[in-house]
Write a protein that binds this ligand. Structure first.
Ligand SMILES: *Cc1c(COP(=O)(O)O)cnc(C)c1O
Length: 392
C-alpha cells in the first residue's frame, strides 16, 4: 500500500502534469494515440514499450482512476469497466473456462445472480451457493473443478457480513481465487486484499461516483490475474469511457469525507429506527444488535450508508411507506448524495419466490435506505412522517 494516508493518496495520486501545468488532471477524450515512426508503433504493439495505443486498451484518464483504486485497495494492478456488471462478467469470462465451477455466497447482486443461473451455464460453468453463516460447510462444496469463491460483504439488501479472513483461509488452502465485490463498503471502509482476497470488484456507479451521475466498474488485484482480465477486455471492449473515468477519479478525492458523513447519518437513522414502534427490526452492520457486529468491526472502518428495516405490515405497508415519502427519492440507485428508499419485495426482488426472498433476508415489509448526505434531522423527519402514514 502507498506510504501516504488514504485521504492524501485519493487526492494526490494523479497524472504527471502536461506542458500546461494544470493543477487538476485534464480529461483525455481521444480514442487513439499517435506514433512517431513505424518502429515505435511496432514496439508498442509488441508491448516492449508501455504506452497508450487505443482507448479500448488504455487511456490516461482511465489509468489515473485505476491507479488510484489500486493504491487505495492495496492492489497490484487493475482494469476499469463501463459498469460494475461488466467488471463482474469480464472477471468470470477471463479467468474461467468451460467445465469450471464457482462457489458463491447466496446473497449476491441480482444481475450477478442472473449470470450464475442463466448465462454462465451456457458455457458449462456452474455455481454452487454457500450460506454465509455456514462457512464450516463451504469446504464440502469444493469440487476438483472449482476455481473461484465469490462473495459480497456487506450483502445487498440483507446487510449480512462475510468473514473475509476465514473465507480467504479456505480459498488459500484449496488454491482457489477469492473474488470480493466490495461495492457496499468502498475502499475507504474495507480492503478485502488485506484479508487475503485475490480480486476486488466495485460498481463505481454507486458510492465511488457518489452523486448519481455516471456508470463505471473496476476489478483490481493480483497482477497475473488482472493480466488475463486485461487481455480478455482489450479484445472484447467493455472499457470505461475516459470521461466517466475522469469523473470517478475526481470523486475519489472526496470519498473519505463522504463516507464519514454517510456513516454518521446512517448510524443516526439506525438508532432512531431501532426504537420506533412501527418497525420490527433494524439492520445496520455497526449496531450492537447485528449478529456479526464483531466481524464487521474487525474488517470495516465504519458501518457504511445502507440501513434496512422491516415494517410490521408486509407488502401493503411497504408500498404505503414509499407513497408517503416526501424528501427522499424512490430510485434504483444507491450510494448517492440524495437519500434513496426502496422496497425490494415489490421491485428489485419481486420475481423471486417468497422462499428465495426469505433465504436472502428479504421479508415482505423490508425497506432499504441508502442514506445520503442531507442533514440527518431532515432524513429522519421524512422517514418519521412516512411511518406515521403506514397502517400496521
Ligand atoms: C450495483 C451493483 C453492481 C452492478 O453495478 P453496475 O454499475 O450497476 O453495473 C454489482 N454489485 C453490487 C453489490 C451492486 O450494488
Amino acid at each position: 500500500m502507498s506510504s501516504k494516508k488514504f485521504e492524501t493518496a485519493a487526492i494526490r495520486s494523479q497524472l504527471d502534469r502536461s506542458q500546461y501545468k494544470e493543477h487538476s488532471s485534464p480529461i483525455y477524450l481521444t480514442s487513439s494515440f499517435v506514433f512517431d515512426d513505424a518502429e515505435e508503433m511496432r514496439a508498442s504493439f509488441a508491448e516492449e514499450k508501455e504506452r497508450n495505443i487505443y482507448s479500448r486498451f488504455s487511456n490516461p484518464s482511465t489509468s489515473e482512476f485505476i491507479q488510484k483504486i489500486c493504491t487505495l485497495e492495496g492492489a497490484e494492478d487493475g482494469f476499469a469497466f463501463a459498469s460494475g456488471m461488466s467488471a463482474v462478467f469480464s472477471t468470470f469470462a477471463a479467468l474461467l473456462k468451460s467445465g469450471d465451477h464457482i462457489i458463491s455466497a447466496r446473497a449476491v447482486f441480482g444481475s450477478t445472480h442472473s449470470l450464475f443461473s442463466k448465462y454462465l451455464p451456457k458455457w458449462n460453468i456452474d455455481t454452487t451457493y454457500f450460506q454465509i453463516d455456514e462457512l464450516d460447510e463451504l469446504e464440502s462444496l469444493i469440487q476438483p473443478n472449482t476455481k473461484i469463491i465469490y462473495a459480497e460483504t456487506p450483502t445487498n439488501p440483507g446487510l449480512d457480513i462475510v468473514d473475509l479472513e476465514r473465507l480467504s483461509k479456505i480459498a488459500k488452502k484449496h488454491q482457489l481465487i477469492l473474488v470480493i465485490d466490495n461495492c457496499f463498503a468502498t475502499p475507504y471502509l474495507q480492503n478485502p486484499i488485506q484479508f487475503g482476497a485475490d480480486i476486488v470488484i466495485h460498481s463505481a456507479t454507486k458510492l465511488i461516483d457518489g452523486q448519481g451521475r455516471v456508470m463505471g466498474g473496476i476489478a483490481v488485484g493480483k497482477k497475473e490475474l488482472i493480466r488475463e482480465i486485461y487481455l480478455f477486455s482489450r479484445n472484447t471492449g467493455p472499457a470505461l469511457s475516459p470521461f466517466n473515468a475522469w469523473v470517478l477519479s475526481k470523486s475519489l478525492e472526496t470519498l473519505s469525507v463522504r463516507l464519514e458523513r454517510h456513516s454518521d447519518n446512517a448510524e443516526k437513522l439506525a438508532v432512531y429506527l431501532e426504537k420506533h414502534p412501527a418497525v420490527n427490526k433494524t439492520t445496520y452492520p455497526f449496531l450492537d444488535s447485528h449478529p456479526k457486529v464483531q466481524v464487521a468491526k474487525k474488517q470495516m472502518k465504519r458501518g457504511g450508508n445502507i440501513v434496512t428495516f422491516e415494517l410490521k405490515g408486509g407488502i401493503a405497508s411497504g408500498t404505503q411507506f414509499l407513497n408517503s415519502i416526501q424528501l427522499c427519492s424512490l430510485s434504483a440507485n444507491l450510494g448517492d448524495s440524495r437519500t434513496i428508499v426502496t422496497h425490494p419485495a415489490s421491485t428489485t426482488h419481486s420475481k423471486l419466490s417468497e422462499e428465495d426472498r426469505l433465504a436472502v433476508g428479504i421479508t415482505d415489509g423490508l425497506i432499504r435506505v441508502s442514506v445520503g448526505l442531507e442533514h440527518a434531522d431532515d432524513i429522519i423527519q421524512d422517514i418519521d412522517q412516512a411511518l406515521k402514514n403506514v397502517k400496521s
